[in-house]
Design a binder for this molecule. Sequence first.
Ligand code: CDP
Length: 232
Amino acid sequence: MVFPDIIIAIDGWSSTGKSSFAKLIASEFSFLYLDSGALYRAVTLFAMEKGFIAGDEIDEKSLKEELDKGLDLHFEYVDEGSRTFIADRCVEEEIRTLGVSNHVSPIAAIPFVRAFVDEKLHGFGRKGKVVMDGRDIGTAVFPDAQVKIFLTASPQIRAQRRFDELKMKGQDPKMEDVVKNLEERDYIDSHRETNPLRRAADAFVLDNSHMTIKEEVEWVRGLIQGKFGILE
Ligand code: CDP
């Protein structure tokens, strides 16, 4: 099946498996995968390392000065996988820790941070045949995306998925901390003023609580075939 040059926007709650889904779509359909959350996570790691975050306080002025100078965030393909880089340093592992997860949503709620990340995403997305996941891709970053999907799953299943993922990476999370982090991020992500997490009116909702990732990809294949009248 030959796919048209389209943007597929995948939004949804934390730990609904957006990035695994988007990555598999990218490899099955030969699309470029862009993980917008990774950029918010990288800005957060950068702010933590610079000492701009102390408890609940964020030194927004210093962070803005650094972003205005032009922080080099980008993706590189290493071992066939997309990895997040700050300049020449791969930060893929560090940005996925619970420490970064605990600060990312307040950082992502800051309007100048969102503007900074949006500009990068627009640059990366210009070429078409892109699948991008996040919270506001179908509503704000690419409102004209031809295919929009909003992923959801039950809170228990989401917490278990995140717990298993952290364990697999050799971390030792407590289930109660994982649940707390998901609840806090859900709340901040859906209540912030600038581009909160919302389902776009024209997004298809997929509850993947009881689906395998292969079934999800078949579902989206059917969706695209139907929408673009592709017969094979
Ligand atoms: O993997 P998970 O879905 O838990 O999160 P992520 O996609 O890595 O995103 C981390 C955080 O970045 C989210 O909780 C949001 O606060 C923020 N984010 C956002 O505000 N807008 C996006 N387009 C993507 C992520």
